[in-house]
Design a protein around this ligand. Sequence first.
Ligand code: EPZ
Length: 418
Amino acid sequence: MDKFMIDGGERLYGKLTAQSAKNTVLPLLAAAVLTDEQVKIRGVPTINDVENMLHILREVGCKIERQNDVAIIDSSNAVSHEIPARLTKELRSSVFMLGSVLTRFHRAKISYPGGCDIGLRPIDLHLLGLKRLGVKIVEKDGFIDCIAEKLTGAEILLDFPSVGATENIILAGVKAEGTTVIRNAAKEPEIVDLQNFLNAMGGKIRGAGGGTIVIEGVKRLHGVDYRPIGDRIEVGTYLIATASCGGEIEIDGVPPENIAALLHKLRENGCKIHTENDKIVLRSDGRLKSVDLVETMPFPGFPTDMQAQYSALCCTAKGTTLVVENLFETRYRYAAELKRMGADITVRGRTAMIRGVNALHGACVTAGDLRGGAALVVAGLKAEGRSTVLDLSHIDRGYADFEGKLRSLGAKIRRVKI
Ligand code: EPZ
């Protein structure tokens, strides 16, 4: 497992362009099996979650071609409705395959994707939605076996605006007979991108981004050449790092409204932020004041995927911040590691109280999950002295060339292969 060596204290200056959003590319890759014509997806980042999803597509019989950051998928010979168990363990997002494999083969078998490092992550809302569309589901020996001679449109009300459940229902409803209405649907920009992608393939979906999505089933979908939206979480991570270390960064590729909640907090912290079209410019003197409260919420609220990185910034902001994580049960694993760097964090259940300290000091810390790992890097860039961040496999799931992009901003960070 590789590690990062970081010499903290450098201010960050420079320009970056967002990678295509991991949490869009994954459902789009799942959607590629909905047509037997060629699907081309551009700007695809080289990250482990994407490689694992491409592996799953190969296992169901798709032909995959990678030309730099373009993925070309040919599903004309896709034959298997079984999603390999070992890959489901690797990649929870393989759950999205349920909806699209069901649509393609009227059958889908997947091993139960267990919880992961940030929480239980049940899939009851996914299965409830599929049942409403006429899917028969047998859960046995840790597998979920889904059969649907016919998928029929239905009205579905989600108890919680789950991103994955919304996406799975869209993928199962896009070619169902009749109309499907999803109420209390997730409003994330990645849902809007999935709607635009499927409509570009001939789908008839409207309302994504609002709470109600209407899907009129169509007979067939054709190939598409598509560039997904930029990764708002990747961009948010670099904005937070620059805000915390001090400096100036210009990032393009993500509409500011897609991370408005974060930008609002960073302005309250004292950052100067200018936006135009898909460009965000942030300036910071590195001496931030704290905000009293940050609560993670479904979009457009403060994103749970930014909670860990933002908490790292709070560790050296002047004052005390209360962070409440409303989406996942155990998304504070990074806190113990930050305390090794001198952070003053008290975690009780879903709440963390962070008292700003004058400085963090370098330490050897271990990443426990994707965004928690990114938080440790943010803290290491700010800390006095050298930090080592172990187990980069988590970070490599979601950030393409993390250290290269940070070095281009002036950070003293390098990867050591061990
Ligand atoms: C997506 O996960 C993202 N992953 C997550 O990003 C993100 O944190 C999450 O949405 C929330 O925005 C991808 O898009 C690949 P949810 P997902 O279903 O779909 C509960 C990252 O770091 N729930 O919206 O799994 C669940 O327990 C990852 O990039 C049910 O109870 O999230 C959680 O409390 C981490 N039953 C809440 O909903 C269900 O059937 C949010 O989950 C489904 C979810």
